[in-house]
Write a protein that binds this ligand. Sequence first.
Ligand SMILES: Nc1ncnc2c1ncn2[C@@H]1O[C@H](COP(=O)(O)OP(=O)(O)OP(=O)(O)O)[C@@H](O)[C@H]1O
Length: 241
Amino acid sequence: MDDHAVLLEGVTRTYGKGATEVAALRQVSVGFRRGSFTAVMGPSGSGKSTLLQCASGLDRPDAGAVRVAGRDITRFGEKELATLRRDQVGVIFQAFNLVPSLTAWQNVILPSRLAGRRPDPARVRELLNRVGLAGREGHRPAQLSGGQQQRVAIARALLGRPEVLFADEPTGALDRGTGHEVLALLREAVDAFGQTVVMVTHDPEAAARADSVLFLTDGRIVDVLYRPSAEQIGARLGGRR
Ligand SMILES: Nc1ncnc2c1ncn2[C@@H]1O[C@H](COP(=O)(O)OP(=O)(O)OP(=O)(O)O)[C@@H](O)[C@H]1O
């Protein structure tokens, strides 16, 4: 039974102490199968980002295990986590982490270069074109809008073809056309390259591109829909909230 790219077992994450204590995740157990595309939805503050942060090794749960390719990453030290992020796990988060002194093109290829690879320029160009940054390859982050910076981060995460890709609201800051293209790129990562994608979104139409949709409420998974339509997702969100 090891066809899970990522498996969370009883993951609990609590922030703060005493009166200000918030249980962001409560005993969450869920598996993400290899080559699957999962959307994560739920009200603001329900724990979606915390789930992604814990699953990607950016945050450490207080209890439980997070297995990536079978290995419990909650026991990893900083060095192992850095290697994990370089080789296996890609993240598209709102804090873009772009290097201010580098151009869009240079930012996209940086992680691959650091990993000792020589990225194919044709592929870099294709990715930049598809996220709508043609003509802006030479711009530095400060010369790009927030949405454009996010697109650089998306192209950067896709270039390395990581086994697992975590995306927090990847289409949130994008116009409709670019949003569709980004979803197509994520779908292609799954269908053509067998990557595993986990995406937080508030948009039922974006979530409908996934194979399944998890619903979080108050730090718990309360529902799962398989291959739902945008209408079914909207109804689920509008119903028992
Ligand atoms: N670093 C932190 N310190 C303290 N509390 C935090 C921290 N990060 C998250 N929380 C709290 O944990 C809970 C879950 O937060 P999380 O960001 O995971 O929710 P979310 O579902 O992603 O919300 P949103 O849709 O608004 O982004 C919230 O109550 C939040 O206030």
